[in-house]
Design a protein around this ligand. Sequence first.
Ligand SMILES: Nc1ncnc2c1ncn2[C@@H]1O[C@H](COP(=O)(O)OP(=O)(O)OP(=O)(O)O)[C@@H](O)[C@H]1O
Ligand SMILES: [Mg+2]
Length: 502
Amino acid sequence: MNLPSKAKSDPKPCLVEIEGISKSFPGVHAVRAANYGLREGEIHALVGENGAGKSTLIKILTGVHRRDRGEIRLRGRPVSFRTPLEAQQAGIATIYQEFTLVPFLSVAANIFLGHEFTERGLLNHRRERREAAALLDRLGGNFDPAVTVSELTVAQQQIVEIARAIARHSNILVMDEPTAALAPREVFNLFDLLRELAGQGMGIIFISHRLDEVLAMAQRITVMRDGVTIATRPTADYTRLELIEQMVGRSIEQEYFKDKVPIGKTCLEVMNLGGGMVRDVSFSVRCGEILGLAGLMGAGRTEAARLIFGADPRKSGAILLNGHQLDISSPHDAIERGICLLPEDRKAQGLILSASIKDNFALPNLKSWSRLGWIYQRREKERFSDRVNGLNIRLASQDQRAEELSGGNQQKLLIARWLEANTEVIIFDEPTRGIDVGAKYEMYLLIGRLAAQGKAIIVISSELPELLGICDRILVMRRGRIAGEIIDVGSATPEAIMTLAV
Ligand SMILES: Nc1ncnc2c1ncn2[C@@H]1O[C@H](COP(=O)(O)OP(=O)(O)OP(=O)(O)O)[C@@H](O)[C@H]1O
Ligand SMILES: [Mg+2]
C-alpha cells in the first residue's frame, strides 16, 4: 500500500476540534477529557482497545450521545448536535460499527434514503438505481442495487453503508471499523476511494483495529486508553509495536501465537459438499489441527461453514466425524454431534441485545450444555467470571444489558458462550473481527488451547497474516470451490494466498 503524501509545511484548516469531552454511563466513565482534531483532507485514525471509548467519543460528535462536559467546534464554531440528523445536515457522514441500513428496502433506496432523486414530485427510481450502481461499482460491490438489503452478506451491507455516506457529499466522514467485514480486495478499493475523497478535501475519522491499515492510511493517529486520549502523533512517528504498546499500556513481544500441538487422527471429513454457491468442496481436519480458510469476500467460505453446520440446506456431499457419517440437517443436529460454528454476523445470529450479559452467557440453547447442568448457580458464576477474565471482557456488571457493551466486547461475550459448549469441531468465522490487538492475542491463545485439547479447528479469516500466523494448513477458496492448499504455512506469504484467491 502506498503512503498518502504527507501534508506540506502549513497544516490545513481544522474541520473538527474536540476539547475536554467527558461522558459517563451508569457505572462507567466511558470518555474522560478527550481531545481530538481533524483537518481538511486528513485521514486521522482513532485507535484503542475494546471499550477504550472510541465509539462513544464519535457518537458524541455525531449527536447520538450527549456529552457531560467539553466543547466541540466545527470549522471554529462551537456546535452541539442533539440528533444524528443535525450532525448529518452539518456535513458529517457516519458509518457506525453497528449497521443502520433498513433491511427490507432495496440497496439503492438505502443509499439515497432521505436524499431521493425526484422528478416532478415522483421518485426517479431509474436514476437512483443508475447512480447506486455507479457507486457500488466504484466500491467494488458486484451486486444489484435493486435487491433488498436483507439478502446481502455482512460485507455487502458494509459497502452499501459506505456508498450511502459518499452519496451524501459530506465533508467529514466518520468510519467506525469500516473494513472489519471486508476482504483484502474490497479493502484495497475502499482505501483508494478514501484517499481520493481526502484529496478532495474531505476529513476522515478512521477507527480500526487493523493496525496495518491505520499505519498505511492515516496521516495522524490518536490513541485512546480507558477513556483518555493519551497521544496524537504523525503516523511516521510510530512503529507498529510502539503503537500497540501505547494502546495496551504495556510492552509486547509478539502478535501471533502458535503452539506445537501433536496432530492426531482425522476428525472431521467433508466430502463433495455442495449447496448454494458451494461446489464439490472436500477436505478434512485432524484432531489438534488448525485449518485456515482463506478467500475473497463471496468465495464461499462462510457458506461452506454454514452447510457443515446445517444452517443452510446441503444439496450434495457427506460429513463424517471420526469416520462416521453424520446426518446433519439443522444447527441443532450439528451441536448435538459436537460441531459448532461461531458465525461472522455475531449480533444478528446470537446475542440478545436487550438481555443481560449474564443471561446471554448462560442462555441454555445447547443440549450438551444443559446436560452439564446449570443447577449450580455458584459454578455458573465462577465459569462466567473465568471467561470474563480470560477474554478480558470489560463490563460494569453482569446484569448490564448486552447492548451497552462496546462492539468488541459484545463479540467476546458470544465467543465466551460458545466456548462453554462441549464440542469436537469448532468453526470460527472471522473470530478476531473488530476486536483489539490484546484481545486478538487472547483469542489466538484460546484457539491454540482448544487445539491442544485435541479439537479440530477451522478458522475463516480475511486477515492473511493472521491465518499464516496461527494455522497448520490453509485452504484457499474461490467461487465456491477449493482453489488451492497451502501446506507449508511457515514459508508461505500473503501474496501466495492472494494469487490462489483471485
Ligand atoms: N449506551 C451505553 N450504556 C452504558 N455503557 C456504555 C454505553 N455505550 C458504551 N458504554 C461503555 O463505555 C465504554 C466505552 O465503550 P465504546 O463503545 O466507546 O468503546 P470502543 O472504544 O468503541 O470499543 P470497541 O473497539 O470494542 O468498539 C465501555 O465500557 C462500554 O461498555
Ligand atoms: Mg466501538
